[in-house]
Design a protein around this ligand. Structure first.
Ligand code: HEC
Length: 361
């Protein structure tokens, strides 16, 4: 018993030394009549968002005051993250598509101060959703981030190596025009994520019905939903070119042969058949596409040409460090209109991605 207590104390102390807290769902006890009334209200009034003021990717300064007047949805990411952030950003982009209209703002706070400069955040925003004027990505500082984490009740902590440098919450926070937090939603839980959409629409005074819009072609959808951002290099997700007819090993060790039904299922329920070997999860696009759009998108994906592959066993030169790279199935690569470029490491690939022209021969 004493030992258990000692462990609990040790954990509590460790917790207070860092600002490491896992994404906490906010269910506080309704201790006063006022609290109780809020709990019953369709969109609970939670707590005031923290004060902050940070430079944004577009050269502006974004603060609690500058955002006031219109609601915003905030999340927490960093640009070099390879596990959860591409998924979080894909969800952020999805929300931006789902919630058009000028009365809403989107903010992504970087949890990697010092590394995520305004220039890096700008490149990241351009890559994911360049047309979106309502979305701003903010460069933070160590103390600024610490205050932010406390104020939004989220986690952000540097790790000692591993795939990613920072471990952080996957929550999306909804803040109203008065700067009050109205919900913290776990983006990994589809039901909670759906609630975020509904509560935001309710806060904006709209109905919960998705907006009316013309049906989009497979090609437009592929770009609008930033599919290529994860699928462009086989480090994050399997390249999609020439997929139909290929055999895939699933996490369950089963082997499947990709056909159009498999492509559709991957888009709607990606976790049903997860391809082995990728730490990142793919977001589900269920509920976002009409039947015709889903067909158009899966046809488009099924027709993507296989990359003009260099014969396996050949040796290519990494354009960044000039090391020789043996071409194998798992070799790090980037595919573009100009062909396939191979890299010795993710570091070289990321340098190349930031400024390909600097390394072109
Ligand atoms: C956040 C990153 C991400 C985004 C965005 C994304 N995917 Fe994926 N996708 C993955 C990962 C990771 C896998 C492999 C794991 C799995 O099967 O879930 C995958 C698997 C797939 C597969 C199965 C591929 C195979 O080789 O068997 C298809 C098809 C697919 N995605 C299509 C799409 C389409 C279409 C879009 C855009 C609407 C999209 N993906 C957006 C990460 C992503």
């Amino acid at each position: 018993m004493q030992r258990v207590f000692a462990i609990v104390v040790a954990i509590a102390m460790a917790g207070s030394l860092t600002f490491f807290v896992f994404a906490r769902r906010q269910h506080h006890d309704p201790s006063t009549a006022e609290d109780f009334a809020h709990q019953q209200a369709p969109i609970p009034v939670m707590w005031p968002a923290p004060d902050f003021s940070f430079p944004a990717h577009d050269g502006t300064t974004v603060s609690k005051t500058s955002l006031s007047g219109k609601p915003y949805i905030a999340n927490f990411i960093f640009t070099t993250c390879r596990t959860v952030c591409p998924l979080l950003t894909a969800k952020m982009v999805r929300l931006q598509r789902d919630l058009p209209g000028a009365d809403l703002q989107f903010v992504s706070f970087s949890v990697d101060p010092g590394n995520d400069t305004v220039a890096r955040l700008f490149a990241y925003q351009q890559k994911w959703n360049a047309d979106e004027k309502r979305w701003r990505l903010l460069e933070t500082t160590e103390p600024g981030l610490e205050a932010l984490a406390k104020g939004f009740r989220i986690t952000a902590q540097r790790t000692d190596g591993g795939i990613d440098a920072v471990m952080h919450s996957a929550v999306f926070v909804l803040v109203d025009g008065q700067g009050i937090v109205r919900g913290a939603f776990d983006s990994e839980d589809p039901a909670d994520f759906k609630k975020l959409l509904e509560k935001t629409r309710a806060l904006l005074g709209n109905t919960n019905a998705p907006p009316q819009r013309a049906e989009r072609s497979g090609e437009v959808l592929f770009h609008e939903l930033s599919c290529a951002n994860c699928h462009e290099s086989n480090e994050l997700a399997p390249p999609l070119g020439g997929l139909i007819g290929q055999r895939r090993q699933l996490e369950t060790s089963l082997l499947v042969t990709a056909d159009e039904a498999y492509v559709k299922e991957s888009i709607l329920a990606p976790d049903a058949k997860r391809v082995a070997g990728f730490p990142l999860r793919m977001p589900s696009y269920a509920g976002l596409l009409t039947e015709t759009e889903l067909n158009a998108l899966s046809v488009y994906v099924s027709m993507l040409p296989a990359p003009a592959a260099v014969a396996p066993g050949t040796v290519e030169v990494d354009p960044v460090c000039h090391m020789k790279v043996r071409v194998t199935e798992s070799a790090l690569r980037l595919e573009s209109d100009g062909g396939v470029t191979y890299f010795c490491s993710a570091w070289c690939r990321d340098r190349f991605k930031e400024n390909p022209d600097a390394y072109r021969r």
